[in-house]
Design a protein around this ligand. Structure first.
Ligand SMILES: [Mg+2]
Length: 401
């Protein structure tokens, strides 16, 4: 409510990487046990939301664990002979054009001196738990999006931290202290702004968008930075001359409806910096899933099956991390023409075992694929979840930490 919850560093912090030069007040940790206001945060209060996202997470963990890899281009993923794809690339590799989801063979052509490292998902899961513990030391209102990324609603913590920039700095320091890894942080009054801000500052960024500055911050960004703008919507909008979020914000409503249908109104709101979605920490989790969109459409074969194995591994790690077991395995497959099919199988015994999940998903895949068909997306989802009986009390987030 007070307009000056943001400290003086904020105007500068809005200029992208210069945020690192913002000194502001020295970040302080929250005293333990600071409670949230009774009944939660009033919705009328202007919010402060952080989006925290580890830099090149898998590759950074490898460089941390193996000092000989530091400063060198590192590409995490399956072997080129096995038609593996890039799961993560260090910034040294990205400088050569290597990107996630790229075939490993292409990555190694672009950057022959790169060191390829097979992924160790259990290790990344361990580090993820440390990172999430730091996030939850800041506020119980943490909504993880993946192993290395989360939203934090720190509205009720602003007085304790002394402003969004100081809060972001505290978070970065604590993550580095706990893991020796860098996290990029974006801060703003809603999820859309915070997420785009964290991306804008990478690597090792801290970008704070002050209240009222949302629209100006978003305007120059490409539309694909917005949630809900996939490659298809992007192509349609760009063909219509709408390339930036600012152009989307100013687009005629009827014209948007004609171009992209009912989503148009929502996307235009987001483009205008309007996003009321709450940070949702306590979500009765109905499923755990992972999916991947391929850099190019794939037919059935080694690359598709390797992607399936990786997704099963990611889902398995997340189930084990959350102490959950699943009874159903769902396979999602999107054809080159965007038609999407799902197939499900139910097991008598719930599982969190990667190999069991992979075999179940692979059998479902066998039942779908036909000769000559190509696919753009593959997903694996586990549902009908049960907690491990002895640890079921951990399924609720700790309160008032
Ligand atoms: Mg990340």
């Amino acid at each position: 409510m007070s307009a000056n919850r943001y400290d003086k560093g904020h105007a500068a912090a809005c200029q992208g990487k210069s945020a690192r030069d913002v000194t502001g007040r020295e970040a302080r940790g929250p005293p333990p046990g600071v409670p949230l206001p009774a009944g939660g945060v009033p919705s009328s209060m202007e919010r402060t939301i952080l989006h925290a996202d580890m830099d090149a997470f898998y590759a950074s963990v490898e460089q941390r664990d193996r000092p000989e890899l530091r400063g060198r281009p590192v590409v995490v993923g399956g072997s080129p002979e096995g038609r593996g794809v890039v799961a993560a690339a260090s910034y040294e590799a990205r400088a050569h054009g290597v990107r996630s989801a790229m075939p490993m063979s292409r990555a190694l052509r672009l950057c022959p001196q790169a060191v390829r490292v097979p992924p160790r998902f259990d290790r990344y899961g361990e580090v993820s738990r440390q990172v999430m513990a730091v996030f939850r030391a800041m506020t119980p209102l943490v909504e993880p999006l993946s192993l290395d990324e989360a939203f934090l609603d720190i509205t009720a913590r602003m007085d304790v931290f002394g402003g969004a920039a100081a809060a972001g700095r505290w978070l970065k320091d604590q993550v580095r202290r706990a893991t020796a890894l860098n996290v990029s942080v974006g801060a703003g009054t809603n999820k859309t702004v915070a997420k785009i801000a964290s991306d804008a500052g990478k690597p090792d960024g801290l970008v704070v968008v002050p209240p009222g500055g949302e629209r100006a911050f978003l305007a120059p960004m490409p539309i694909r930075a917005l949630w809900g703008v996939g490659p298809k919507a992007e192509a349609v909008l760009v063909a219509a001359g709408i390339r930036t979020i600012g152009e989307l914000a100013e687009a005629d409503r009827g014209r948007l409806d004609r171009l992209i249908g009912s989503r148009g109104a929502l996307l235009r709101d987001l483009a205008c910096g309007i996003d009321e979605r709450p940070v949702e920490p306590v979500r009765a989790r109905k499923s755990v899933g992972a999916e991947t969109t391929f850099a190019r459409d794939l037919a059935d074969g080694g690359e598709l099956r390797a992607a399936l194995a990786r997704l099963a591994e990611e889902v398995g790690v997340r189930l084990r991390e959350k102490r959950l077991r699943a009874r159903t395995v769902v396979l999602k497959l999107r054809y080159a023409n965007f038609r999407t099919v799902t197939r499900r199988t139910t097991r008598a015994e719930p599982t969190d075992d990667t190999e069991v999940i992979r075999q179940a998903a692979s059998a479902l895949l066998d039942g779908i694929v036909g000769p000559g068909e190509r696919f753009r997306l593959l997903g694996v989802q586990c549902g009908q979840l049960a907690g491990h009986a002895e640890e079921s009390q951990l399924r609720l987030w700790p309160r008032g930490t």
